[in-house]
Design a binder for this molecule. Structure first.
Ligand SMILES: NC(=O)c1ccc[n+]([C@@H]2O[C@H](COP(=O)([O-])OP(=O)(O)OC[C@H]3O[C@@H](n4cnc5c(N)ncnc54)[C@H](OP(=O)(O)O)[C@@H]3O)[C@@H](O)[C@H]2O)c1
Length: 296
């Protein structure tokens, strides 16, 4: 089978297509033939920087990707035999861009309802719910979301309708129309639209641009920043980096929400499995317009 591997820190063009044996199904495992995989910015960061994430999966060579959708083609004797031929979403932070992935963790495997398509499921990310929890905990009634048109931002915005706070989704000027079209009921701002001063606010930072955070900090007296994109020390005093923990119940909830149409999946461009490098370059060179997917 083909696996797409990061072998160094020289970026996208150093990725290698490697032929490997198909994993043998283990007694605790199910073998999944992959069909759709998301192209994620975290891979781009990892391909250039060994300290790009807080995860412990950084040894090279490593198979890229963290999740994907496929069909179960073999089931180990200790797993539920009814899983055979089921369409599933799986989490595999140790690498998902292979024709076949062996899943041995039932908490990271989700059978998909018929009404959730492969493409919709492949966009799933639970990081939005990490930010939502932080927003719910905050006593501040003003919430700014930078990078609101991102895949994570779109999932977050759709889940904030139960939160009784004033939301300011912030985007770059070229992304305003896209987010307005995708979520027409939500008012969208660029940072220069924000004219007033605020006593207090929380910023859910998805864009990771310190210039935008500086502009906001000049307008907010009591500011706290929760970032999923900046891990390093910085000039902001009330600042916290948060990350997702691949929690089973969160993904189960998201799949149910896709199935009952309370969530809409942002699906972007779709590439062929021979074009993974092109897909990653497309992600790098373009504004976010839904999750870029690769079909295996
Ligand atoms: N902490 C965690 O657990 C975790 C997990 C997953 C992902 N992440 C990180 O979260 C971020 C968002 O992920 P995603 O998949 O939602 O990405 P995405 O859909 O590609 O969106 C990226 C967002 O960042 C904005 N952006 C990028 N560079 C910018 C800049 N220089 N100035 C202003 N805005 C900028 C983009 O704006 P435009 O579209 O207008 O360019 C877009 O809104 C990534 O940095 C990713 O690595 C963190």
């Amino acid at each position: 089978m083909i696996s797409i591997k990061q072998v160094d820190y020289n970026g996208i063009d150093s990725l290698e297509y490697v032929i490997e044996p198909i994993p043998k199904v283990t007694t605790n495992g199910v073998l999944v033939k992959m069909s759709v995989l998301p192209v994620v910015p975290t891979d781009l960061k990892k391909e250039n920087n060994p300290h790009a994430t807080s995860e412990q999966f950084g040894k090279l060579p490593r198979t890229i990707g963290v999740s994907g959708v496929g069909t179960i083609v073999a089931v180990g004797s200790n797993r539920d035999q009814k899983l055979i031929n089921k369409r599933v979403f799986l989490l595999n932070p140790a690498g998902a861009f292979s024709e076949y992935v062996l899943n041995e963790n039932n908490n990271w495997l989700f059978v998909l309802p018929d009404c959730v398509s492969d493409n919709e499921a492949a966009t799933l990310t639970a990081t939005s719910l990490v930010l939502k929890k932080e927003i719910e905990k905050s006593t501040s009634s003003n919430i700014f979301i930078t990078g609101a048109n991102s895949v994570i931002g779109i999932y977050l915005l759709q889940q904030l309708n139960t939160v009784n706070k004033k939301i300011y989704p912030i985007v770059t000027p070229l992304s305003k129309t896209y987010l307005n079209d995708f979520l027409p009921d939500i008012q969208v701002y660029t940072v220069s639209d924000i004219k007033e001063k605020f006593d207090s606010a929380i910023v859910a930072d998805i864009a990771g641009n310190t210039e935008i955070l500086k502009v906001l900090s000049d307008k907010i007296v009591d500011l706290s920043i929760i970032s999923i994109a900046i891990m390093t020390q910085n000039e902001f005093s009330n600042f916290k980096f948060v990350h997702e923990s691949f929690d089973h119940s969160t993904y189960k909830h998201l799949i149910e929400a896709l199935a009952n149409h309370s969530l809409k999946a942002p699906i972007g461009e779709i590439f062929d499995d021979h074009d993974v490098k092109t897909a990653q370059h497309f992600l790098e060179d373009n504004h976010s317009r839904g999750r870029i997917l690769v079909k295996f």
